[in-house]
Design a protein around this ligand. Structure first.
Ligand code: F42
Length: 156
């Protein structure tokens, strides 16, 4: 039998930020049972695995869990930094990602939102993680919002 390589196979470069790298390690090594919340907030996070826009290497980032009907938002807030996080450009270049939500991992396609659809998902994001609203107030950029949709969503 011929093994079909998974699209997101390849060399993994852990984040240079220690707290980010350690959260990814704990989340994945525990099968999505530990390291699944943001510090002491108790609010859930997911892990998004993607391919780097320039290096082609594998990157993994925790994001707040914003789920609705089997789809997820990815909010490129970077705590209200003046510039987009680097991963924003990775998702634009390589929208095929894996999303791990607790023990479940699925292939997803990332699509940046605008207009009414962005506004709807922004509302859901702020409900899930209220500090997003402060991050938007503190930066001149409009914080990008992606929806991550399963490659094969039942009924679509
Ligand atoms: N960040 C958010 O933006 N939103 C969230 O909701 C969020 C939640 C969250 C929860 C828990 C947690 O632990 C972290 C959380 N973060 C959240 C932080 C998030 O995981 C990212 O760490 C953060 O957004 C910063 O992303 P970044 O891509 O800017 O990270 C930098 C520090 C980074 O990793 N840089 C790499 C490096 O080596 O310097 C580059 C990685 C990269 O992707 N390189 C690309 C490539 O091709 O490989 C392109 C390089 C280029 O120059 O174009």
């Amino acid at each position: 039998m011929i093994a079909v390589p998974h699209e997101l196979d390849g060399a993994y470069d852990p984040s240079p930020a220690r707290w980010v790298r350690e959260q990814v390690e704990l989340y994945e090594s525990s099968g999505g049972t530990r390291g699944t919340t943001l510090w002491d907030t108790g609010l859930p996070v997911v892990i998004v695995t993607m391919r780097g826009a320039r290096s082609g290497r594998i990157r993994k980032i925790p994001l707040m869990r914003v789920e609705h009907g089997g789809r997820y938002a990815a909010v490129a807030s970077k705590a209200g930094f003046p510039r987009h996080p680097v991963w924003y450009f990775n998702l634009k270049a390589n929208p095929r990602v894996d999303l791990q939500d607790g023990p479940e991992r699925r292939g997803m396609i990332a699509r940046e939102l605008d207009g009414e659809e962005r506004a709807r998902w922004w509302g859901r994001a702020v409900v899930a993680y209220p500090p997003y609203a402060d991050y938007q107030k503190n930066t001149a950029r409009v914080i990008p919002v992606f929806v991550l949709e399963p490659e094969h969503l039942p009924g679509t």
